[in-house]
Structure formats: structure tokens, C-alpha cells
Design a binder for this molecule. Structure first.
Ligand code: OAD
Length: 250
């Protein structure tokens, strides 16, 4: 059995020789920026709430004030956070591949925009973003304030009596069509697929790595803990994304 150092070397070589790389990220990559993961328990004010019961259309219908307060609290936390070494390493990997004429696509389940702030350019937001909000009735964007919303739930300026909601994908809602099509296409045709900081239990995102493997890609997982995909990947690296990714990309 190979040790972690051998696996890291193998993964680094595969990344260095790849022409086309797809990376899927989850909440774990932002953990070192101080943003709580979904299944790790929320901190402070919202520690008694389960994100999975708040991130649904039903919760918003039942209690729009609570749901929008929770999302706005998270939006402000994300704005306060800074990208960490893991985010920066992925931006550097994209730069390197682009300079060599290769292709890099970052599929993220995160709504925090930290990848873009780290310099990543080809980012597909599978679950939308908390930084944009829209009118529930017309779908038109509503600019977010720099601080908290003035009242909860925020009222839409576009339709009388309508509310504003974050442009994220809730459980039970479909992923944006264009994001899904791109994710399937790039997963089918990449040389290396790397899954980072995700518990790999939420579909369809959790299924992209299998599509890649079925089409011949080399698969890498970088995660603090073992997940359902760990035993099936070519290279499972266990540790913190902020420590492992700079070593993989350097
Ligand atoms: P989870 O909270 O389910 O999983 C985070 C994963 O990151 C876990 O496997 C942790 O072990 C790992 N982790 C934590 N800290 C880490 C670190 N510093 N470095 C590396 N790994 C670390 O979050 P997601 O997998 O992103 O969807 O959750 C997927 C989706 O479920 C979310 O996008 C959200 C959700 O509930 C919607 O809201 C639709």
C-alpha cells in the first residue's frame, strides 16, 4: 500500500502533465477561511440550527424571516472572510494550465465567491451564490446592501408584496441548466478530476467524479476525512486543503 507522500507525488505528477483538469470543491475548502461547513455544525448565533432544514423552499415559505436572516448572516460572514491557501493554489493551477494552453474548470458547490476572489476565472457555481439575491416573483436581480438588509424578510422593489431571496439552489430545486451541462461535459472529457473538501453525498455534484472516471480520467480526492468516494479514487489524500493543495500545485 502506498503512503501519503507517494500518493501526493503521484497526484502532483498527474496534475503537472494533464492537459485538462476539473476540480470539484465543497464547503471544506473554505473551512480554513473561517466559514463553517454544512455538516460540521454552524457556529455562534445559529449553532442550534441544521442548515439542511433551512436550505429548502418549504422553510422559506414557512418562515421567510428566519431563512433570510440566516442567509444574510452567512453572506456577511463570507464578505468578511478571505480566500485561504487552498483557494489560491487552485487559482495558480488555473494560471499554469492556461499558460500551457490547457483547460481548467472549477465546479464549486460553494456559494461564498472565495474562489473568484482568489483569482479563479473559470468557475461554475453549481449551487448559485449567496452574494446575489433576486425577486421571488419576477426573478429579477435585487442589489444587495453592503451591510445587512434593512428589514427581514427583504421586500422586492420589482413586485408589490413579493419577497427577495438569495440566488442559491435549495434542496429540491434544480441546478442551473447551463452549469449542469458544462459540468457533465468537462467531467466527461478531462484528464484529471480532483474532488476537494466535499462530503460527496449531495447529487448531482457527487456523481461527476464517476462520470470522469468512467471516461478514463485520473481521480484525486483531497479531504480532511474519508468519504463515500475515498475507496474508489485513484489517489485519496487525507488532510487540510490549505496544506495539501499548495504542495500539489507547487
Ligand atoms: P459538507 O459540510 O457536507 O462537507 C464538508 C467536507 O469537507 C467534509 O467531508 C469534511 O471532512 C471536509 N473538510 C472540512 N474541513 C476541511 C479542510 N480544511 N480541508 C479539507 N477538507 C475539509 O459540505 P459539502 O460537501 O460542500 O448544498 O456539502 C454539499 C452541499 O450540501 C452544499 O453545497 C449544500 C449542502 O447542504 C445546498 O445547499 C444545495
Amino acid at each position: 500500500m502506498r503512503n501519503q507522500q507517494d500518493l501526493l507525488t503521484m497526484a502532483r505528477e498527474r496534475l503537472a502533465s494533464a492537459r485538462s483538469v476539473v476540480v470539484l470543491t465543497g464547503a471544506g475548502i473554505s473551512a480554513e477561511s473561517g466559514i463553517a461547513t454544512f455538516r460540521g455544525g454552524m457556529d455562534a448565533l445559529w449553532k442550534d440550527f441544521d442548515p439542511q432544514t433551512l436550505a429548502t423552499p418549504q422553510a422559506f415559505e414557512r418562515d421567510p424571516e428566519m431563512v433570510t436572516r440566516w442567509y444574510d448572516w452567512r453572506r456577511l460572514k463570507c464578505l468578511d472572510a478571505a480566500p485561504n491557501r487552498g483557494h489560491l493554489a487552485l487559482a495558480a493551477l488555473e494560471d499554469r494550465l492556461s499558460a500551457q494552453g490547457g483547460r481548467f474548470t472549477l465546479l464549486t458547490q460553494n456559494v461564498d465567491r472565495l474562489h473568484q476572489r482568489a483569482g479563479s476565472r473559470c468557475v461554475v457555481e453549481l449551487h448559485g451564490t449567496i452574494m446575489e439575491w433576486r425577486c421571488c416573483r419576477t426573478g429579477k436581480p435585487v442589489p444587495t446592501p453592503s451591510g445587512a438588509w434593512g428589514s427581514f424578510p427583504p421586500a422586492s422593489p420589482h413586485a408589490a408584496g413579493a419577497l427577495v431571496r438569495p440566488s442559491v439552489v435549495w434542496f429540491g430545486e434544480a441546478l442551473p441548466e447551463a452549469a449542469l451541462v458544462t459540468a457533465m461535459d468537462v467531467s466527461r472529457s478531462c484528464d484529471v478530476f480532483m474532488s476537494i473538501g466535499t462530503s460527496a453525498v449531495v447529487y448531482p455534484a457527487a456523481g461527476f467524479i464517476k462520470i470522469a472516471a468512467d471516461n478514463g480520467a485520473f481521480t484525486i480526492e483531497v479531504n480532511r476525512d474519508p468519504t463515500p468516494i475515498s475507496s474508489g479514487v485513484d489517489c485519496a489524500l487525507h488532510g487540510l486543503a490549505g496544506e495539501l493543495l499548495p504542495r500539489l500545485v507547487s
